[in-house]
Design a protein around this ligand. Structure first.
Ligand code: UDP
Length: 355
């Protein structure tokens, strides 16, 4: 059995790395295929896990369109699949890389495994284009690795055969445990932020660009001013995001604005945070492992487990709702006995299923 793992962005690397490393450990013939949809951010992450792509499509261009990315991945992956004679392609999550990767494999009769299958916001256009991507990937997957029971339920509701679905836990927990074991996170955090107890912010989603992001950041700033809690914000490289951050937070003395930080540093920042405000998907899954509460700055989440387990709240994107959610989050007592996203053995379950 020969397995190809396709990835192109930061979160994909984090979540496929445990599967790649475990495959190597188990002696599986595995090929790492990078699309480099997000060149810099993907590369930063590969170093953390000591991963070196066997193929690098290097597709990223300035102002790249979704169609441009998908077209390049479709064509280039076909060549690699042919050359390597792959039996399985694994894709992760909901990026354009993952969608086109799954489709290319499907077209060629190669089996598809979807890591983190079954997440749904219920709105085809939010998050855009991710909700569409995940639905398309599941349609063409031979095996769907659902991270939670809830994700499995979503798939069953859509009529997928239960034999195609395996509940594995989320590989993000595997990745996080790997890092926690290897590094002293408190010492790393101190290099960036001396004191614990800040609001950690990350924002990058396309549907929040512009006015919505301005509203969200204004709500966070108001909270920071009134409660005297500093903001720590590694700012995404996207110029649209940077413009808004500059407008709302530049010159504010309680805001520590950082360049995007490496994964290990980011986890150290998570560990030292009092509360988190984010529109990220992955961070919703990481925060419970550190016992932290997340204000999700979006109108929908495909990770209801976060809300159901009491680790988060859907804050929307208005200034006042973001502010109020942060205030609420400060008061809430979390039951930290359970991690809704996994136990750190997801990669092993995924590989056992295909072996
Ligand atoms: N992350 C990071 N550095 C940062 C911000 C985030 O390494 O400066 C990590 C974070 O730990 C999480 C992942 O990037 O695992 C989330 O990526 P992102 O928010 O870009 O994407 P999403 O999860 O929303 O698809």
């Amino acid at each position: 059995m020969k397995l190809g793992i396709v990835f192109g962005t930061r979160p994909e690397v984090i979540k496929v790395a445990p599967v790649y490393l475990k495959a190597k450990e188990l002696g599986v013939d595995v090929v790492a295929i990078a699309t480099a949809q997000h060149r810099q951010m993907m590369d930063m992450m590969l170093d953390v896990f000591g991963m070196k792509p066997d193929y690098d499509m290097d597709i990223m261009t300035e102002n790249q369109s979704l169609n441009g990315v998908a077209a390049k991945v479709l064509v280039k992956l076909e060549e690699i699949i042919k050359k390597e004679n792959l039996d399985w392609i694994f894709v992760q999550g909901d990026t354009t890389t993952a969608m086109a990767g799954a489709l290319a494999a499907f077209h060629m009769g190669v089996k598809v495994g979807h890591i983190e299958a079954g997440l749904r916001s219920g709105n085809l256009r939010d998050p855009f284009p991710e909700e569409m991507n995940r639905r398309v990937i599941d349609q063409v997957s031979d095996l769907m690795f659902a991270p939670t029971i809830n994700a499995r339920k979503n798939l069953l509701k859509e009529g997928f055969e239960k034999e195609r679905i395996i509940v594995t836990g989320n590989t993000v927990v595997d990745a996080l445990l790997y890092v926690q074991e290897k590094f002293d996170l408190d010492a790393i955090r101190k290099k960036y932020v001396a004191e614990e107890g800040y609001v950690l912010v990350t924002l990058h989603r396309r549907e929040n660009w512009g006015e919505k992001m301005e509203e969200i950041l204004s709500g966070i700033r108001k909270f920071s001013e009134e409660y005297d809690i500093p903001i720590v914000f590694p700012v995404h490289l996207n110029p649209r995001v940077r413009k808004t951050v500059k407008k709302v937070l530049e010159g504010y003395e309680k805001a520590i604005l950082l360049e995007p930080v490496g994964y290990i540093t980011f986890l150290s920042l998570l560990k030292g945070a009092r509360i988190i405000a984010s529109d990220s998907g992955g961070i919703q899954e990481e925060a419970p492992s550190f016992g932290k509460f997340v204000i999700v700055c979006r109108n929908t989440t495909e990770r209801p487990e976060l809300i159901d387990s009491g680790y988060g709240i859907l804050a929307g994107t208005g200034q006042s709702s973001v502010y109020k959610s942060l205030v609420k989050g400060l008061e809430i007592k979390i039951d930290k006995s359970k991690n809704p996203f996994g136990d750190g053995n997801a990669a092993l379950r995924i590989l056992k299923a295909v072996i």
